[in-house]
Write a protein of this length. Structure first.
Length: 264
């Protein structure tokens, strides 16, 4: 008797699951319900550097006007800092933050060796401290540039709205223009005159990096706060000669021991 009940229950359960799965599948796969919004198509001239080549150009002319090198861009978030301090000059790296920066520099050196050509550093104290530590591990001839465009700020009002972080509208207006200018300056395909692939390091901040990633991938920039980056983490963007962009790594922190991973 128990065996019959068990078999009957199994059959009933199977039928219910089949009907339920079919119902869910219809809801998920029905053309009208598959997506709640339309995705944008890829803009292959997003950086306004797509070569303008006449249809009657010779192969030699096409080659001369077409970018040929790949840009590898490594965005490093600064180390942990004294976040409770209110005065800018006192918001320096903690001892742990300095160790995180050392680990990030070691990782870049071991991975890339002498391939790094440029290092761009935000002018905020914690980023400059991080950058100076990282520079000890980079080639001696690395070209260094400090940029206010990489300073931390409020890039664009996030969606969904943040619960504990609420900048004033003027901050988004002011910081957003500057951070967007930073994106346009540092994230783009190679110039036609660039002959070989490059590896460049940007030492900056979590908000800046997340905004840059959204813009580079042509995702809605309002989604930047949906990502989280650890201190000392490394994000790797690849910009190809044709303008295509690949996110090779987001907030990688495998070079940090578990006890050294922080997010402030």
């Amino acid at each position: 008797m128990l065996k019959v009940i068990s078999i009957t229950g199994t059959i009933a359960g199977t039928l219910w699951y089949t009907q339920y799965s079919s119902s869910c599948k219809d809801k998920l796969l029905h053309p009208g319900r598959r997506l709640s919004h339309k995705f944008k198509t890829w803009d292959d001239n997003w950086d306004f550097m797509k070569p303008d080549i006449p249809s009657n150009a010779t192969d030699e002319e096409k080659t001369a006007r077409t970018p040929k090198a790949v840009r590898n861009i490594y965005l490093v978030r600064h180390g942990q800092y004294e976040i409770e301090e209110t005065e800018a000059e006192k918001r320096v790296l903690t001892e742990l933050g300095r160790l995180q920066a050392e680990k990030s520099g070691e990782r870049l050196q071991k991975t890339l060796g002498s391939q790094i050509s440029h290092c761009y550093i935000s002018t905020i104290t914690r980023a400059m401290e991080t950058g100076h530590i990282i520079l000890k591990h980079l080639p001696k001839d690395t070209k260094v540039e400090y940029s206010d465009l990489l300073r931390e700020g409020a890039p664009i009002e996030p969606v969904p709205e943040a619960t504990m972080w609420k900048p004033e509208p003027w901050q988004f207006f002011q910081d957003g223009a500057r951070i967007e200018a930073g994106f346009r300056k540092f994230i783009h395909r190679s110039l036609v005159t660039q002959e070989t692939d490059t590896h460049e390091v940007l030492v900056c901040h979590g908000n800046v990096i997340r905004y840059f990633v959204c813009r580079a991938l042509q995702h809605d920039p309002e989604g930047w706060l949906r990502m989280s980056l650890a201190n000392g983490s490394i994000t790797h963007l690849v910009v190809k000669p044709n303008g295509n962009v690949t996110l090779r790594g987001l907030g990688e922190k495998g070079h940090l021991p578990p006890e050294m991973i922080t997010y402030n």
